[in-house]
Write a protein that binds this ligand. Structure first.
Ligand code: ZN
Length: 159
């Protein structure tokens, strides 16, 4: 089996009064991401990591933010689509490792639910999805609570 890795990164500004959705789960918080879709940084970075590993471009190629169809879209739909594209090319998702960076709220307690939601969208066991949380130590836009970001590395195998 040939193994390939892809990296994904995403950042969204946080504004008061928007829903905070991370990893397909809505978290109780007074701020949320500004974005065309639901602004789910983890799901977007994961999508890019998978598409990158498969040599299939990026999320903007497949879901342009100029398309009204994706306004307010649940980003898990993007993942399900990426999963289909990978399957068509006979790629299997082997492992996903992610870091989500935000000053607040605490993400760790929500990881089990996020892993479940992401695993369901990708059709893999939750054990194949690993999530980590970091703060930015109060430094720069993320540290000031103005943004949330995520990095994801996805490993896929050609059957
Ligand atoms: Zn995004």
């Amino acid at each position: 089996m040939s193994v390939r890795c892809g990296i994904g990164y995403d950042l969204h500004r946080l504004e008061t009064g928007r829903k905070l959705i991370v990893g397909g789960i809505e978290l109780p918080f007074d701020k949320g991401p500004v974005g065309h879709s639901d602004g789910d940084v983890l799901t977007h970075a994961l999508c890019d990591a998978l598409l990158g590993a498969a040599g299939l471009g990026d999320i903007g190629t497949h879901f342009p933010d100029t398309d009204p169809k994706w306004k307010g879209a649940n980003s898990l739909v993007f993942l399900e689509h990426a999963r289909k594209l990978l399957a068509e090319k006979n790629f299997a998702i082997e492992y996903v490792d992610a870091v989500v960076i935000t000053e607040k709220p605490k993400l760790g307690p929500h990881f089990p639910k996020m892993r479940e939601a992401l695993a369901r969208a990708l059709g893999v066991p939750a054990e194949k999805i690993h999530l980590k949380a970091k703060t930015n130590e109060g430094v720069d836009a993320i540290g000031r609570g103005e943004a949330i970001a995520a990095y994801v590395v996805a490993t896929i195998g050609a059957r």
